[in-house]
Write a protein of this length. Sequence first.
Length: 486
Amino acid sequence: MNEVNPVSDLSIKKSVNIYTFIALVGFAAFLYWLANDRYNDFFQAHQQSAKKAVQVAAAEIKEIIDNKRRAVGYFADDNRSLILDLSLHPDEVGLHDELNQRIARSVPDFFASNIVTASGDLIIGDFEGKVGELCLADIKHFIGANRQQVRVHPNNDTYHYDVLTQLPDDREGKLFFVSFNLNELSDLLELIQPTRHELLLVNEGMQNLIEINSKGGRDVISDRLDYRLTGEELSRIMSSAKIDDTVWSVIDLHQPGLLAEYRKKTFSEYLVVYFLVVVIALYMRSVLVSRDHRRSLAETQLRKSNDEIRSLNDKLELLATTDSLTGLYNRRYIDHRLEMEWSRCQRTGNPINIAIIDIDYFKNYNDQYGHQAGDECLKAVADTMATIFKRAGDTVARYGGEEFIIIMSDISVKQAELILQQFQVALKNKEIQHKSSMIGDYLTVSAGLLTAMPKPSDSVQDAIKNADKALYMAKESGRNQVYVYK
């Protein structure tokens, strides 16, 4: 009765354990990739949403500022006489009230207005503290550069921003400006900002100073000691966009914990899946190990039988394609090889060279030295061929008796002829005695060479016949030479 080898069983268990481990590690890597990919999709979706939000907000705010500039410019043109009268009589309360009433009808969200001299001094001086130092600094900059960078101005009443314009056709170069509340801008930020995101207007030139959020200016932001973005807030920026002709950039901050919470949730879900798979995998492993014990004997016997069959097949293949005396390929193999090379050269258009070699006066050699010596002679010729014809495109075979055939692919006729001559020299250098030869004291060979560029109408059998004709001509011409078929 056959017994199962315990060492084999141990090896099977070890293999199962290894495969189980690899499968679990691979599945863990796959789940990690899925979770990470899902997280990346979530991140990219929020990033795209943030990018779109800041671009839309920047464009909308730019349009609001441009509309305010146009409105203030048109108002200054239409009310030039009233503004000039007020600049000449700044203490006239009635003129000032009339001006503000007209402004309210044109731009209802205005906060205040004023007239400025060409040197930057306010014409309406008593203004209840509504014009602060930043306003005056911006007026000076506008006078010098004729360009305004809109920004937030704080004062005692409310945070606001100014829009300045040059009074038309005024020889003294006076300026007119209107201050606006921040409500329209903050409302816009609140409307556009994505869920679980916050849009802010910051002054990057002032170390990322927060100027406006969705609730209003800095005056409505509570629970902060510093209105500049912290390092933690900077790390939460998902996108930003610069607003032309202002000091502002729109930035998008995702809420604290948005990404971390989603990542934790995603990985926790996949971790549960992984543990379920581990339980299933361990159960399947125990089933496989128990069945392997029963299968091991049959598998061992089958493997042994397969090895024996494979060995026999290899031996049969070798016997079927190899000449037993010389170790070269035999005629059966070379006929098949010729057909393959001929077809390949027909497809590629490359040349093929077929050489048939015959040992000169080999019958005389056998008669003088005996058939055993003749066999040794054939082996010596075969060994010499193996040292000369060793390119990847060379195939050498014993064609029958003392004849050999050689296929040399993808080289010219001159190259093939040269290699055959090298073979003759190598054989001559062996100095194999041949006293019964009619052309010398040593063994020589004659060769017929055919070079062809196979066409569809050509046949390999005709090529062999022509190579044999070339061999005949080599013998007729005195032997010990290479004759090229023409």
